[in-house]
Ligand binder design. Structure first.
Ligand code: BG6
Ligand code: MG
Length: 216
C-alpha cells in the first residue's frame, strides 16, 4: 500500500478547537429565539455554512424568519464568534497538528485546507499557519457547503492532484460525507460514535501517522 499524494484538512475542530466558540455564539442566538440548543445539536451544524446553520436552528425551534432577519442573526452570531477567535494564538493549534504536518512535508505529501468557514484566513493568520498549506479553499470560495464535496474537490484541483489520491481529515459528520462523495478516503478526527462513516477514526492528531495513511 502506498501513501496518498495529498492530505486535505478541515480547519474547525481538526486544526484549531473553534467548536466551543461556534457553540457559544449560536447558543446566544438560540436563547434570544427561545429555541433549546444543546452541544449535541451543535454537532450537526459542524461543517455547514453560517446561513445553513442558522436555518437548522430555526428548524429545530420550528420558527420562521425573513431573509433580512436571518442575515441579522448570522451577522450578530459572527460578531460574537470573531470576538472570541480574534484572541487566538499559535497556542490554540490542537495537539499533534504541527508534528503530523511536518511528517507530511518530510515525505513530499501536499497539504491543503478545505473549510466551510469564511473566517479561515483570520484564523490561520491568528495561529500562524497562513503560509503553511500548499492550497486553501474556504467558505469564501464555494457555492455549496459540506456535505457537498465542492470544497474538497476544489482543494484537490488547486493542488493538481486527483481526488482518489487525496485523504481528508474531518471532525464533522457533514465533512466525512463530503469526502466520501468526492471519492476521497477520510480520516475521522473525534468520536467514533459520531464519525462512523469515516474509513478510520483517530481521537486527535497526536494519534495520526503515515502508517494509518498507508493502510487506507
Ligand atoms: C465550519 C464549522 O468549519 O465553518 C461550522 O464547522 C461553521 O460550525 C462553518 O458554521 C462556517 O463558519 P464561519 O466562520 O464562516 O461562520
Ligand atoms: Mg470541522
Amino acid at each position: 500500500m502506498s501513501l496518498p499524494k495529498a492530505c486535505i484538512f478541515d480547519l474547525d475542530g481538526v486544526i484549531v478547537d473553534t467548536v466551543p466558540a461556534h457553540y457559544v455564539a449560536w447558543k446566544a442566538m438560540a436563547d434570544e429565539l427561545n429555541i433549546p440548543f444543546s452541544e449535541e445539536d451543535n454537532e450537526h451544524l459542524k461543517g455547514l455554512s453560517r446561513t445553513e446553520s442558522m436555518l437548522k436552528i430555526l428548524e429545530l425551534g420550528n420558527v420562521t424568519k425573513s431573509e433580512n432577519e436571518i442575515a441579522d442573526y448570522t451577522t450578530r452570531k459572527n460578531n460574537i464568534y470573531v470576538e472570541i477567535i480574534s484572541k487566538m494564538t499559535p497556542q490554540d493549534i490542537l495537539p499533534g497538528v504541527l508534528d503530523f504536518i511536518q511528517q507530511l512535508k518530510d515525505n513530499g505529501i501536499a497539504t491543503a485546507i478545505g473549510s466551510s468557514s469564511k473566517n479561515t484566513p483570520t484564523i490561520l493568520k491568528a495561529v500562524g499557519l497562513d503560509t503553511t498549506f500548499d492550497a486553501i479553499v474556504d467558505g469564501n470560495q464555494v457555492t455549496h457547503s459540506k456535505p457537498d464535496p465542492e470544497v474538497f474537490l476544489k482543494g484537490a484541483a488547486k493542488l493538481g492532484i486527483k481526488p482518489e489520491e487525496c485523504v481528508v481529515l474531518e471532525d464533522a459528520i457533514s465533512g466525512v460525507e463530503a469526502a466520501k462523495r468526492g471519492g476521497m478516503k477520510c480520516v475521522g478526527v473525534g468520536d467514533p460514535s459520531v464519525l462512523g462513516a469515516a474509513d478510520v477514526i483517530v481521537p486527535d492528531l497526536t494519534k495520526m501517522n503515515l502508517g494509518i495513511l498507508r493502510n487506507l
